[in-house]
Each structure stands twice: as structure tokens, then as C-alpha cells.
Unconditional design. Structure first.
Length: 460
């Protein structure tokens, strides 16, 4: 007997609750998309915007909105699973939220390599500080991306008793998230093609009112102050409650808002402008790439030199006690030293290095390979935040999250561990003055941002 594929009309209809609500939004992606496919370093030519990927993003933003209301991880997992699904068992596991996507216009595929700096041969790639993982190397080709412009219609069908939560979650994703990978660096951000005034905040006209006004707009949209202090210590789940949010000036172009926010972080980590002691790196001197920065004023490079015994070519300006302040922006940190000078001189520098983290001894962890971790998501989001009038503001959002109970260390190097959020080693003198006297990387970054770029404070 011949087997024939069933027709669409013959398929069993999905049984939905009789009180199911439908939420439908036309969305446009306004910054490049990197990833989003089931396979790494690829984009899907058929399933361009995947419902499964969106579900994962929405799950994260549901946690950011609601996890602080739970005292028990088991209860959090139960409620999260009811809404967003879990691995199926005898009790089920299907998500209560049905997601469907209809792509109306796919963005163009971009396969050009990522240029980090301006040179005589080429200009730096727009957004290179976010896109650098897509660069080609000796082992793999450049990862393709989608240029801005992908349009799709997103439809969510939800039980009525979850509708308010799902609407709030969707709104948080539209505002602070994105599609694909590297969304915390502003990739895959959105604008709404219709009904923006119902979903996005309105910015007050007077500049002096914009911080309080935008926070009040968020309060009106979400029905509560999502940034209000939670009255409890943070956990390792990121919260919007107790988060810090700064914004810049509104602009019509998403790309401009995105690159402005991205440059805030880049300048804090690698910037060369400003007087000695107030810049992250010393300016470059090369003729072919004069904008490429030189020696870092952060302590990590000197600490690696001390720990590996490679101190001759560049005598360290920091002491030998380990400290890894930039781990607070996320891990792993993978780096390499320049061993060949622009003048042809060879430098005896350390080999490539990797910073990871591990749980502290006695934290009920078995002493095996699972003790070490190479991934820790950044609590900082820099992106273009969409407004109801079609404009965008550059924003820096630091989610309220505790560091895990562990320490940062240099992979394969003994005696290299240091606590999270230690900015200056005992007895050391910071070469980047913004670190001096600060209690956390979060404090150092936002104090610098306010002073350097006159950002507007929305949430402390």
C-alpha cells in the first residue's frame, strides 16, 4: 500500500484552551543577526526566525521580570516550566504558550569578514565590537550574518490567566533583548512596525525630565516599577528588579544608537582618549593602524606576565597578586599578546591565555572536570532601545545578579585565582584611575559613564 503525506486539512487541530488569548505583532530587526540557528556559526536559510529561539529568549526575560518574587528555586522552575515548557515526562512538559512566526522579508546575508580597526585597506566593520566572534581564522570561515531589515509577524497564543505575564515578558524582550546570539551587545534588536505606542515607552520632551519620565513610562507599560529594589539579596538569576539603566540622547537611526552604546563599553575597556591615568589603554603609534591601541592600563595583562614569568619585554606596572576585574563583564576572556612588534622586533610575551571560573572548595562540588566553567553571561546589556515615536536611545542596562560562589582563575596556571569583582589587588596602584576606590565593576562603569558621556540615569 502506498504511503501518502497527509494534507494540511486532515491534520488534527491543536487543542487550545477555550479562553486562549492571541497576541500578534509585526516586528523588524534593526541590527545585524548573528546565529539563531540550531548549528553554531550558521544562519538558517529556511527557518529564518525560529519559534524555538524566540521561546528561549522569552524564557530568559520572564525570569528577569518575575524570578525575584520566588524564594524557592523549585517553585520558580515549576512556574517557568508551566509557561515555557520542559523536557517531557509522564506529566507532560509542553509549553502553555504557542508561538508562530511568519517571515515577510528576510534580511540580506552578509559573509564579509569582520574588520576590527580602520586601516589603509578597509574601514572597521560597523559594530565590530559585537560582531568579532564571527571573524574568520585559520580553522574556520567567517560566520554569516543577516543585515538589518528582517521583518516577521510574531503570534503568541496563551491561556487568558497568563496573558498579562506574557505581554510583559514580550515587552521586556522587545525593549531590552533581541534575536540570535550576542543580544547583550545589541545584535538582533527590534522595532515595531505597528502599534508601537501600545508597547514601547514615550520619551519626555524636556531633557531634564527624561530619566524620571522614562521610568514612569516603563511603570505605566508594565503596571509596576520593574526596576524597584527587591528588598532581598540577588541570586545567580538576573533580575530587572534592582537593575541599573542609563540612556543617551534619542536618535532616528537604530544603528547610531546601537554603536553609541557599544562604544561606551569599548571605550571603558579599551579606549585611548583622555589624559594619562584616565584611559583604558595607551594610544597606538603604528603607521598602518594608528587607531589600534597599545599597552593596556587594566591589570590583567601584567598579572598574566607575572604568573607566567614573562616580564622582560614589558616590565609590569602592577604587582604580582592576581586580580581579574573585567571578568565581571562575562567569561571566558580569551586573549593573546603581541609578540611581533610593528618595527619587526620580537617580544618575549606569554602565550595565549583564557580566564575561567570555578566553584570554591567546599561548595559541595565533586573535584573533577565539572568544577571548572568557561561560561558566565554578562550582566551588562548595551543596545538600541526602541521608543514609541520610532526613535531609539542608546542604553546600558546592568541586570541585578550575584556572582556565583567561586573565583576567577587563569586556565592551567597555578596560584592564579582571585575573587569576583575585585578591581585592585592589595598593595597595587591602579593605572586606570576609574577603578580606584570603587566597590564593584558595576559602580566603576556607571560612574565613568555618567562623568564621561553625561548619560541620563533611569534606574540606579
Amino acid at each position: 500500500m502506498e504511503n501518502k503525506a497527509p494534507t494540511y486539512a486532515s491534520l488534527l487541530k491543536l487543542r487550545r484552551p477555550p479562553d486562549a488569548a492571541e497576541i500578534a505583532l509585526p516586528i523588524e530587526v534593526v541590527t545585524p543577526i548573528l546565529g539563531g540557528s540550531p548549528q553554531t556559526r550558521t544562519i538558517d536559510a529556511v527557518d529564518i526566525i525560529r519559534a524555538a529561539t524566540i521561546r528561549g529568549h522569552l524564557r530568559l526575560w520572564w525570569r528577569a521580570l518575575y524570578a525575584h518574587q520566588y524564594d524557592c528555586p523549585t517553585a520558580l522552575y515549576k512556574d517557568e516550566s508551566e509557561r515555557w515548557g520542559r523536557a517531557a515526562d509522564e506529566h507532560g512538559g509542553r509549553s502553555a504558550v504557542e508561538i508562530s512566526v511568519h517571515v515577510t522579508h528576510p534580511g540580506q546575508v552578509d559573509t564579509t569578514d569582520i574588520q576590527l580597526y580602520d586601516s589603509k585597506e578597509a574601514k572597521a566593520t560597523v559594530g565590530a565590537y559585537a560582531l568579532w566572534p564571527a571573524r574568520k581564522d585559520k580553522n574556520q570561515a567567517t560566520a554569516p550574518r543577516r543585515r538589518p531589515g528582517t521583518r516577521f509577524r510574531l503570534t503568541l497564543r496563551v491561556p487568558a490567566h497568563y496573558e498579562a505575564e506574557i505581554r510583559a515578558t514580550l515587552r521586556a524582550w522587545l525593549l531590552f533583548g533581541g534575536y540570535g546570539s550576542r543580544t547583550r551587545r545589541g545584535l538582533g534588536s527590534f522595532k515595531l512596525i505597528e502599534a508601537a505606542d501600545k508597547w514601547l515607552p514615550k520619551m519626555p520632551d524636556k531633557e531634564e525630565d527624561q530619566g524620571k519620565g522614562l521610568r514612569e513610562a516603563f511603570r505605566s507599560l508594565f503596571g509596576r516599577d520593574i526596576f524597584a529594589a527587591p528588598g532581598k539579596s540577588p541570586t545567580d538569576v538576573p533580575w530587572l528588579a534592582g537593575a541599573t539603566l542609563h540612556i543617551g540622547k534619542a536618535v532616528p537611526e537604530a544603528e547610531k544608537a546601537w554603536t553609541t552604546a557599544l562604544d561606551w563599553l569599548r571605550h571603558f575597556r579599551q579606549g585611548t582618549d583622555g589624559p594619562p591615568g584616565q584611559r583604558a589603554r595607551e594610544p597606538g603609534t603604528g603607521k598602518t593602524q594608528p587607531n589600534r591601541p597599545s599597552i593596556s592600563n587594566w591589570p590583567e595583562a601584567d598579572k598574566v606576565r607575572h604568573l607566567t614569568g614573562k616580564t622582560q619585554s614589558h616590565p609590569p606596572r602592577h604587582n604580582q597578586i592576581p586580580v581579574w576585574p573585567r571578568a565581571g563583564f562575562g567569561l571566558p576572556i580569551i586573549g593573546q599578546f603581541q609578540k611581533q612588534g610593528r618595527n619587526g622586533k620580537h617580544y618575549d610575551e606569554p602565550d595565549g591565555f583564557e580566564l575561567r571560573w570555578r566553584r570554591q572548595q567546599g561548595d559541595n562540588q565533586q573535584q573533577d572536570e565539572t568544577e571548572e566553567y568557561d561560561r558566565l553571561a554578562s550582566p551588562l546589556i548595551v543596545k538600541a532601545l526602541p521608543l514609541a515615536n520610532g526613535q531609539f536611545v542608546p542604553c546600558a542596562l546592568w541586570l541585578n545578579r550575584a556572582y556565583p560562589p567561586g573565583e576567577v582563575f587563569l586556565r592551567s596556571v597555578e596560584n592564579s585565582a582571585a575573587p569576583f569583582d575585585q578591581l585592585v589587588a592589595p598593595g597595587d596602584t591602579p593605572q586606570f584611575s576609574v577603578l580606584d576606590g570603587k566597590q564593584s565593576l558595576r559602580e566603576a562603569f556607571f560612574d565613568w559613564l555618567r562623568a564621561k558621556h553625561q548619560t541620563t540615569v533611569v534606574a540606579l
